[in-house]
Design a protein. Structure first.
Lengths: 103, 409
């Protein structure tokens, strides 16, 4: 675990760079983390991030497929927004824990 | 007369029928089990069929032989459940009412979820080994295959028995070596995970084993579709992998009746309290094993350990006591690694697979996250234990709660 400063605010992050406390998250922090991932956030990005935050904080476990079926964004679109590893990148930008398969 | 209905007569439903019939008075409680398939499959055995190690007789027996006397066994499809009315509707029009319902209808492959998978190459050069038919078709294919690119792909998470595709890769390597054509076969392992397995220590150990056998991992590969004309699998981020032989673990989903009943999530898994194993929505519905959404492996060992907890909590609910038994997510998997050796992992919700010894600390005989001959024999012996002891609810010398004793941090 380490401290990191995003948008002038010190937050604690895991070794992989995920926020340890989702309540420390702000939109400004999201913009800076996204930059590290090489992503310029748009309204569409934010809509998806807010959706992921809301569901995850309610205790739901999301997968790329469930997000693709949610009507929020289709899977292809999700990959276009967060290229390569959409759920990992989106989770990191959303300030929630790294998605882990439970097997 | 009060009624318990058990949906599904696989590992979980069969164990529960046996356990409950032993303790519930026959003149007070009726127990009914429903399953659409008259055959009980020893699913861990499917893995060995493609390589000609097991035959049909090793893995298939009539379900009725494992259902105890005094339990009504109905072989029929389930149309739907109306949990607010405590009623099950079967596809033949029969109606079953219940005081308590146990759902144990598992998870199944759904190849139709992936475009192109059920096209012209299905069971010609594309196979699954999660069904008896798929495993046998693959066995026939392998008898005459002369080599090329073999791709093993996992289409979606979660899937049943998360170590099975790894074991398949290891056994395939051995099979081709013994056949003298290993130099003509390239083996690729395309997975949506970032490595061989999920958690760091086991992923490293298993990843090194793959590497040592010259099996190439293609990580973070999330399957979009199969191009059956050009024999390629294509990921959402546009990567393409060519195959001559594709062994796929198709998208896994819970039973269709769950969707028709509106009781599940997008993948037809039922929201279940991960400690009590009771449905989060209905107080008289319990969910055992793969049919639930609890965050642990979909595997027979989990079902077996969870059945102890479910039994305790169902008895508590029947007697109006609080549900105090807590499931810890315990899972225990033998992993065949080829050439007569095997590995073993033991873990739960909180603890990742760690090295050590099992079940006796410091003694074993089995080695956790080690590659040994005795582990392989553990797997071989387990089939006998499954058919003769486990399904009938007999005591095994294993604790259902995971223990840290014998594990190295």
């Amino acid at each position: 675990m380490a401290e990191k400063v995003y948008a002038g605010k010190a937050v604690s992050v895991t070794d992989d760079g995920y926020l340890t406390d989702p309540n420390q998250w702000t939109k400004e922090i999201a913009i800076e983390i996204a930059k590290e991932e090489g992503i310029e956030l748009t309204d569409k990005h934010f809509a998806v991030i807010e959706f992921i935050r809301e569901k995850t904080l309610k205790g739901e476990v999301l997968t790329i497929r469930t997000i693709g079926k949610s009507g929020m964004v289709d899977t292809k679109g999700f990959y276009e927004l967060f290229p390569g590893a959409p759920l990992k990148k989106a989770s990191r930008i959303a300030g929630i824990a790294k998605p882990s398969s439970c097997v | 007369m009060k009624k318990i209905v058990i949906l599904g007569a696989g590992t979980g439903g069969t164990i529960m029928a046996n356990e409950l019939r032993k303790v519930l008075e026959r003149d007070e409680w009726s127990i009914t089990v429903v399953d659409k398939d008259p055959n009980h499959y020893y699913q861990p055995g499917f893995l060995f069929i493609p390589f000609g190690i097991y035959t049909k007789h090793d893995v298939v027996k009539p379900k009725a032989s494992f259902i105890p006397a005094g339990v009504k066994f109905i072989i029929n499809g389930i149309d739907r459940v109306e949990p607010d009315k405590n009623t099950v509707y079967l596809t033949n029009g029969q109606i079953l009412e219940y005081d308590f319902l146990i759902v144990a209808t598992g998870t199944h492959i759904n190849p139709a979820e992936t475009p192109g998978l059920l096209g012209r190459e299905w069971r010609k050069s594309i196979f699954d080994f999660y069904t008896h038919e798929g495993a046998v078709a693959l066995q026939n294919f392998l008898k005459t295959w002369e080599g090329g690119d073999m791709v093993i792909n996992i289409a979606e998470l979660p899937f049943k028995c998360p170590v099975a595709p790894l074991e398949f890769a290891f056994l395939a390597d051995e099979f081709f070596v013994k056949k003298g054509i290993r130099d003509k076969v390239n083996i690729y392992y395309a997975t949506p995970l970032s490595g061989a397995f999920t958690k760091p220590k086991s992923s490293k150990m298993l990843g090194e084993l793959l590497q040592g056998k010259n099996i190439h991992i293609i990580p973070d590969f999330y399957l979009e579709r199969v191009d059956d004309e050009n024999k390629k699998i294509i990921s959402y981020d546009g990567r393409e992998v060519k195959f001559d032989l594709l062994t796929i673990i198709p998208v896994n989903m819970g039973a269709d009746w769950v969707a028709r009943s509106g009781m599940g999530d997008d993948m037809n898994y039922i929201a279940t309290d991960k400690y009590t194993l009771r449905s989060e929505k209905w107080e008289n519905v319990f969910v055992l094993g793969d049919a639930s959404n609890i965050p642990t492996s979909k595997a027979g060992s989990v079902v077996h350990f969870a059945s102890d907890v479910l039994f305790e909590n169902l008895m508590a609910a029947i007697e109006g006591r609080p549900l105090i038994a807590k499931f810890d997510g315990h899972s225990n998997c033998y992993i065949e690694t080829g050439f007569g050796k095997g590995s073993l992992i033991d873990f739960n919700y909180e603890t990742e697979p760690l090295p050590g010894t099992y079940p006796l600390p410091g003694i074993g005989p089995f080695g956790l996250l080690k590659n040994t001959r005795i582990n392989h024999y553990g797997k071989v012996m387990f089939r006998w234990i499954y058919w003769h002891l486990l399904l009938k609810g007999k005591e095994l010398p294993l604790e259902s709660q995971m223990t840290m004793a014998g594990k190295e941090l």
